[in-house]
Design a protein around this ligand. Structure first.
Ligand SMILES: [Zn+2]
Length: 368
């Protein structure tokens, strides 16, 4: 069977149609989805957190990803993975690891990812480009020269990028095996990056676990405290905190909802937003009716501050791609209509549109 026979299109259309039928049936099964779809409006959502490529820099053609987005997904904040998982023969022999959990071999920063994302974006016609917000990730946040890489990518690919990130400081299983040593929230290199983001208008997506894996009872969640101090030092940078700081084993800290509520109520943190991307985060949010109710209360009381995201990495189809949307169906049904629209689309549009305008203006001033 070859792509040129046209079967491809018919099959693709049939497959997409199949997914739609699937979604329609799921809508009936899951109240939130039905509620979310009740307005019948497409797109259903924008995705504030998507990886086109994985830890060995393989992934989807952006044109194939557009197919997976369909009409259900409007806009996507798109980036690669800034780290390459090394395949060390001395460590795994012929076994080729595809992610960081499959080998002790190190991860190293892979700056070419930004050129790959820019090239994919520029391969699209204008109408399709408008659906994407490419983000620069290929830098080491512990390098005082990282800010120069960001500036260089902007001037090499003007008209492409909207922001930086997702980049990572503390991340379970990853930071400790990154070549060159882990990044730190105390590092002036990070202040240089956030100063430049504020200057150029680049939207920032930052990954930092709220706590360390397996903390001892009563252990000081210093990571959360250090993050708060860093963010207060950069009031002019717009920062989206990825996954609300949760992870596979990094679970909610004591009084998590209280900590988040107080932080979002603090005028010194008015420039901070939260994406609820990753199924690991959804796992905690949707763990019980109580967890759903607590999270819904938090989002309803801060309607402008939360964004939907998938954190999917080169998914094979729409069902996998949107599994986070399905997992959040109970949560969606407990958000008031205005807040739900902002969580799924409005906050994305407000933040990413503002960043696009500012970054283009910076480029106009700074790109010869
Ligand atoms: Zn991510």
């Amino acid at each position: 069977m070859t792509a040129s026979t046209g079967i491809c299109n018919d099959e693709k259309t049939r497959a997409r149609h199949g997914v739609r039928i699937l979604f329609a049936s799921m809508a009936l099964a899951i109240p939130g989805l039905a509620a979310a779809q009740s307005d019948g409006e497409k797109p259903l959502l924008h995705d504030a957190h998507f990886h086109l490529t994985n830890y060995i820099q393989e992934g989807l053609e952006i044109s194939d990803f557009l197919e997976i987005m369909g009409d259900e997904v409007g806009r996507v904040a798109i980036f690669g993975v800034p780290l390459q998982q090394a395949w060390a023969y001395s460590n795994t022999g012929d076994f080729a690891p595809v992610t960081y959990a499959q080998t002790d071999a190190p991860l190293y920063y892979y700056s070419f990812t930004d050129a790959a994302i820019a090239t994919a974006y520029l391969s699209l016609p204008d109408k399709q480009r408008a659906r994407f917000d490419p983000m620069i990730t290929g830098f080491n946040p512990a390098d005082m020269y990282a800010v120069d890489h960001i500036r260089r990518v902007l001037t090499t690919f003007p008209g492409v990028f909207t922001g930086i990130g997702e980049f990572t400081i503390h991340k379970e299983f990853v930071s400790a095996k990154t070549a060159g040593g882990p990044a730190s929230l105390l590092d002036p290199a990070l202040d240089r990056i956030l100063d430049f983001a504020a200057e150029a208008g680049l939207l920032v997506i930052l990954h930092n676990d709220i706590d360390m894996p397996f903390p001892r009872p009563g252990q000081d969640p210093y990571s959360a405290r250090q993050l708060g101090t860093l963010l207060r030092r950069h009031p002019n940078a717009t920062v989206i905190w990825a996954h609300m700081g949760l992870g596979r084993v990094v679970h909610p800290v004591n009084d998590m909802a209280g900590i988040i509520d107080r932080a979002l109520s603090d005028p010194e943190l008015a420039h901070v937003y939260i994406d609820l991307s990753w199924t690991a985060t959804a796992k905690y949010v949707a763990a019980s009716p109580e967890a759903v109710a607590i999270t819904a209360k938090l989002i309803n009381s801060h309607p402008d501050r939360f964004l939907f995201g998938t954190d999917e990495v080169a998914p094979p189809n729409q069902e996998i791609y949107l599994q986070n949307y399905s997992l959040y169906a109970p949560l969606l049904s407990q958000l008031d209509a205005v807040t739900r629209e902002k969580f799924l689309k409005g906050n994305y549009e407000r933040l990413f549109d503002a960043a696009r305008v500012r970054v283009r203006a910076w480029e106009k001033e700074n790109v010869k």
